[in-house]
Ligand binder design. Structure first.
Ligand code: PMP
Length: 362
């Protein structure tokens, strides 16, 4: 048996072992063609099928209504920060951004370089300890769109409920929680996500876009920065990241085999509860960084009493086979990322480790 680490990395992150094994098996000979997926034309019938099946799996698993397109782009979610305002933020309009943490801030800064923006909601009054609730959003009727970050990967906060923006298009960065729970796609005009947390390896960015939004898009943009380029070509305008898309297909098949998004949410709730329960019953030894109602099921952030103790925690956890528990370099403290593919046993092991650590150092 291969020894697998307790992988709490924030992204790139754990992938299902079954998926890795399947990819390994198919690596040198994909479906009997004597070549790997990386060695065949993106115009081949084999790759076209991968492309189409992956799009279909998105539609099926997310229960997407008609009128949406699934696109595969490159450049990461960070390129979407710019592409969105370039395409949809026209002159004389403003776009509203919900400022809930580092990723929302990055998206907002990028938009500010391109057009007018306003702060539609903010988490800074709470010290980023909670997400805004729907009633706290300022939805200007003439806004170009409202942008939210469904899960702040660094702060460890996640929306319990998305705002209703009426006729104003809602755009969501779902990079770190897509496929982790059911989502009402019809609330959104556009959803985007880098793959490297819940979907597969890095290299592909998924965009789900409602057709009517495309009609208002800026037509005076370079070809590769226009969404309609990807719609018209079924994401085959130029050479796509074929291996990444193939891996996403395997991961989505795994999600489907394991019961779909409701089952993912149930498992993610159970997994994260193991760790949040240790935090809450530690009498202040561990301090959660986010209020319970906004706690992320994907990125669990917590502090210990001192920087020294946090260093000891990281060192001892590494000695016991835990990987990735050090918080993001911008904020410090601890972060345990518990994406779909992270096994229950890894969370159980971390909860036990945390209890023993408190016994030793509390
Ligand atoms: N948005 C969120 C919520 C993220 O977590 C990340 C990456 N951690 C990004 C955007 C940026 O993604 P990429 O590295 O794919 O550009």
């Amino acid at each position: 048996m291969t020894k697998r680490a307790y992988n709490f990395n924030a992204g790139p992150a754990a992938l299902p072992l079954e998926v890795l094994r399947q990819a390994q098996e198919e690596l040198v000979d994909f479906e009997g063609i004597g070549m790997s997926v990386m060695e065949i034309s993106h115009r081949s019938k084999e790759y076209e099928r991968i492309n189409e099946e992956t799009q279909a799996l998105f539609k099926e698993l997310l229960g997407m209504p008609a009128g949406y397109e699934v696109l595969f782009l490159q450049g990461g979610a960070s390129t979407q920060f710019a592409m969105i305002p370039m395409n949809f933020l026209g002159q004389g309009q403003a776009a509203g951004y919900a400022l809930t943490g580092s990723w929302a801030d990055k998206a907002h800064k990028e938009a500010q370089g391109i057009g007018e923006t306003y702060v539609a909601a903010s988490g800074s009054a709470s010290g980023l300890k909670r997400m805004p609730v729907p009633g706290e959003f300022e939805v200007r009727p003439d806004a170009a769109y409202i942008h939210i970050t469904s899960n702040e990967t660094i702060a460890g906060s996640q929306y319990a409920e998305y705002p209703d923006t009426g006729n104003v298009p809602l755009i969501g960065d779902l990079s770190s929680d897509i496929m982790s729970r059911p989502v009402d796609v019809s609330k959104f005009a556009l959803i985007y996500a880098g793959a490297q947390k819940n979907l597969g390896p890095s290299g592909v960015t998924v965009v789900i876009v409602r057709s009517d939004l495309l009609e208002r898009a800026n037509k005076r943009l370079p070809t590769m920065l226009r969404y309609d380029t990807y719609v018209k070509s079924k994401s085959l305008y130029n050479t796509p990241p074929v291996f990444s898309v193939y891996m996403v297909r395997l991961v989505l098949e795994w999600v489907k085999r394991n019961g779909g998004l409701q089952a993912m949410e149930r498992a993610n709730r159970e997994k994260s509860a193991l760790i949040y329960d240790v935090i809450d019953s530690s009498g202040g030894f561990y301090q959660g960084l986010v209020e319970p109602g906004s706690r992320s099921l994907m990125n669990i952030t917590f502090a210990l009493g001192s920087e020294e103790l946090e260093k000891t925690f990281v060192r001892e956890s590494e000695q016991e086979g835990f990987v990735g528990l050090k918080g993001h370099r911008d904020v410090g403290h601890m972060r345990a990322s518990t994406y779909n593919a992270l096994p229950y046993e890894s969370c159980k092991a971390l909860a036990e480790f945390m209890k023993h650590f408190q016994q030793r150092h509390g």
